[in-house]
Structure formats: C-alpha cells, structure tokens
Design a protein around this ligand. Structure first.
Ligand code: ZN
Length: 235
C-alpha cells in the first residue's frame, strides 16, 4: 500500500454529524498519517489546520494557537502532501469561480484531491464553533458558529475535495480551512475574494478509514442518510 498517496480519515464524518464529538484519537497518532489536513478537536473546541506537520487550533473567540499533540480529535482528514499540479491566478476570484479553476485541474471527479491555495486575499469569511459541553448533533452546533471576516489577508487554504459518494466518511465537495501567514487568524472557510494566489493540488487514490472503539461510536445508529444535515453544518 502506497502510504504517501492515501487520505487518512480518523473517524467517519457521520459519527460527528450524529453528535459524537469525542474520540480517544490523539493528534500524535494522526500525525503518523500525514503532514497536511484539517479537522476538529474533541468537544469541537476549535477548527483544526495541519500545515507542514504542525497542528493549529483556530478557536471561536478568534484566538489561534499551536495545538498540543496530546489533544484528541473526533474527526481529522490528513495526507502526506505532495502536490502534482499548480496554477497561479492573478485576478480577483470568488470562492465559486476559484472552484471552477480548481475543478479544471481535476483528472476525474471520482478521485480525492488535497488542495492548498496560498497567497493574497481581498476578503475572507470563515467560521469556528464554540466548545460544546455535551452530545449535540452537528446541525444544532452549527447554529452557534462564530463568523470572522478578514480583509487584505495573506495566508493559506488547506483541505480536500472528495466525491459526494463518500459523504458518510468525509465532508463531500470542497472542505477548506484558512490560516493566516502569521498563524494568528483562521477558521472553516465560507467565502472569499482572492487576489494573487497559487493553487496546488494532489490527486489521491486511496482512503484509509479508522473506525473508533468508543462506547458512543460502537452503540451509535449510523445508517441514516446524514447528507442534508452535513450540508447545513459544513457548507
Ligand atoms: Zn471544516
């Protein structure tokens, strides 16, 4: 198995959507599977970015810090990032228009892609959710989200595109988190207007899915179609 070209998912996203917000998977364990990715922390205590092997925790109060690798995550997607295609864009683009540019680099919409977009942004809208005290379905938690609006920002978007048929396992379509170059601001990406950016993508042909062993996970009912709730919570 080519480990270098696999997307590692620490737990299927449908468990998170159902409100299983804690697992015993540490960042240290996740780091064995990649140096690039995103996710969240136990109790949804911030949005996660993994960039060049360092985990950042982007809190809902706007504070950002390097995360302790002994912290645990209920959902993380990572890979060893080795981009194969890049494209420089020197025009103002919305997220929707940039998606079309990235789409044009895809070999097929039946693969997974790791995506990094680095450069200058005229504006960025991102969000993070506050730490949760108890079990709550993700679609309810999303109502508490704190939105941030950054202007004239330099930074990096980190994330993945995955096919819709994988929607029980990963957040389908584009899922990107933003972190500023000074590592002070960021969140789950909602909208932006980009200026000068470089897109780098890596096609991924393998999926490594960990299945948790927590009591909550083992006893959960995960057969419902969660795609509507996931769409509301994540896009
Ligand atoms: Zn996210």
């Amino acid at each position: 198995m080519k480990k270098s070209n696999s997307l590692y998912v620490s737990s299927p996203v449908n468990a998170l959507v159902k409100g299983i917000l804690r697992e015993d998977k540490t960042l240290k364990e996740v780091l064995k599977h990649g140096d690039f990715g995103l996710g969240t922390f136990n109790d949804l205590d911030g949005e996660m970015v993994l960039l060049e092997g360092v985990f950042y925790d982007l809190h809902s109060d706007g504070k950002t810090n390097i995360a302790d690798i002994n912290l645990e995550t209920p959902y993380a997607c990572v890979t060893h990032f080795k981009p194969e295609t890049s494209l420089v864009i020197n025009e103002e683009l919305t997220f929707d228009r940039l998606k079309k540019k990235i789409d044009s680099l895809f070999l097929s919409k039946n693969l997974i892609y790791a995506i990094q977009v680095t450069g200058k942004f005229k504006s960025i809208k991102a969000r993070s959710v506050p730490k949760q005290d108890a079990y709550r379905p993700l679609v309810d938690v999303a109502g508490d989200q704190k939105e941030f609006f950054f202007e004239e920002e330099e930074g990096t978007l980190v994330g993945f595109w995955t096919p819709d048929f994988m929607h029980s396992v990963t957040v389908p379509d584009y899922h990107l988190h933003f972190i500023s170059d000074d590592k002070q601001r960021g969140g789950h990406l909602l909208e932006f207007l980009s200026k000068n950016v470089e897109i780098k993508i890596q096609p991924i042909e393998q999926l490594t899915l960990d299945l948790p062993h927590s009591i909550d996970y083992l006893t959960a009912s995960l057969d419902d179609d969660i795609s509507d709730d996931l769409d509301k919570a994540e896009h």
